[in-house]
Design a protein around this ligand. Structure first.
Ligand SMILES: *Cc1c(COP(=O)(O)O)cnc(C)c1O
Length: 387
């Protein structure tokens, strides 16, 4: 059966005990996703709680500075909690309620997905447990306190490198044990079927809005959409409604890390086929199949895998995936802050840094950068990095 495959990637590589939960989720989602009731419930939260639609903003000063293509930002950074991640957590929390599950678990790296999950759990009165690597807990003190303030429990994970991939493993372990009353909110277009599809669909709100906004504000579709790719949820969300529009170039920007010598987080550029966290995809691994330790200045791009649909889009060349290094992202972080008065997340700064590579394109070209999140969370690490 080909369910949940994108070309040769995807699928469900999980313990037997979880198959039922994934099937149940798949079935419920298929049943309700197009109903007026679910759509209006979700829309109400998007509008009144998340603050959607997010604007399509013309970056006039940055456009002038480069003197080439017109540059636009899709402002996901203006969403409640400061990034695109809330688009998915609100949708999945609604699904959990419909499944009659009262307990939510999630993994988090930098803490952004943990915050977005704890936020909607507070609003919908769901118990919330967040798994986080001990190393990340120490690096992201403020987000840990935010999650606790929102009433969720943070469980430190000390196995492995005590980072995101270890937190993911612990979450899966918890889910196996408590699957009867627990829903696992995965934070990106990764994991077993149906997660890559569900997370994509909830994030596609940004791409759908962008399509309308572009036709109104630019009078045509954009020529190019640029988005950073960690697991790939903000990129897949903004790309997906444009996949059939072959004239729109889709550029996914992976993290190259601190130099061309080290392993960054570029699973498509530097990885090979393997199975990670329940799906077949491109992963960063040794010749013998051990997962490599990734590195990136941005915690959200520091992941050794990528959503299976991205691996497929790369194979069929519908999207192009490029690498941006830490220093290029830092330069873009300051440039956009100073030219536009918008401090971007370091993840987003990778997408923004790509503009340097296309700045000589003609002034008729319209480029949209998906502003996946705001940079408040990163100020501390940039401050320490740049000393
Ligand atoms: C988590 C995060 C990302 C990376 O996740 P994707 O699933 O690849 O979108 C990118 N930008 C921001 C601001 C994030 O918080």
């Amino acid at each position: 059966m080909n369910k949940g495959y994108f070309g040769k990637y995807g699928g469900t590589f999980i313990p037997e005990t979880l198959s039922h939960a994934c099937e149940e989720l798949d079935k419920l989602y298929a049943e309700i996703k197009d109903t007026d009731e679910f759509k209006s419930e979700l829309n109400d939260i998007y509008v009144n709680y998340v603050g959607r639609p997010s604007p399509l903003y013309f970056a006039e000063s940055l456009t002038e500075y480069y003197g080439g293509p017109k540059i636009w930002f899709k402002r996901e950074d203006l969403n409640h909690t400061g990034a695109h991640k809330i688009n998915n957590t609100v949708g999945q929390a609604l699904l959990a309620k419909k499944l009659g599950k009262k307990r939510i678990i999630a993994e988090t790296g930098a803490g952004q997905h943990g915050v977005a999950t704890a936020t909607i759990c507070a609003k919908l009165n769901l118990d919330c447990v967040i798994y986080m690597g001990q190393t990340d807990i120490e690096r992201q003190e403020l987000n840990v306190f935010k999650i606790k303030t929102l009433g969720a429990e943070v469980i430190p994970v000390t196995s492995g490198t005590a980072t995101l991939k270890d937190a993911l493993n612990e979450s899966i372990r918890d889910w196996v044990t408590n699957v009867e009353d627990t829903h696992y909110i995965i934070g990106s277009v990764t994991g077993p079927h149906p997660y890559p599809t569900i997370v994509r669909d909830f994030n596609a709100i940004s791409g759908k809005e962008l399509k309308h906004q572009a036709l109104e504000q630019i009078n045509k579709l954009p020529d190019m959409i640029v988005a950073c790719v960690g697991g790939g949820s903000n990129a897949m969300g903004v790309f997906h409604p444009f996949i059939e529009d072959k004239d729109v170039a889709l550029i996914g920007v992976e993290a190259g890390g601190n130099s061309s010598m080290d392993v960054g987080g570029a699973s498509i550029n530097d990885g090979s086929q393997g199975v990670l966290h329940g799906a077949k995809t491109k992963i960063l691994q040794t010749n013998t199949g051990d997962i490599l330790e990734t590195n990136s200045i941005s915690a959200g791009l520091d992941y050794p895998g990528v959503g299976p649909e991205h691996a497929h889009l790369a194979d069929i060349k519908r999207a192009e995936y490029v690498k941006i290094y830490d220093q290029e992202a830092l330069d873009a972080f300051y440039l956009v802050s100073r030219k536009e008065g918008i401090i971007p997340a370091l993840e987003t700064a990778h997408a923004l840094a790509y503009l340097e590579k296309v700045k000589t394109l003609s002034t008729d070209v319209n480029i949209v950068v998906n502003m996946s999140g705001r940079g408040d969370k990163d100020l501390y690490s940039v401050m320490n990095n740049d000393k």
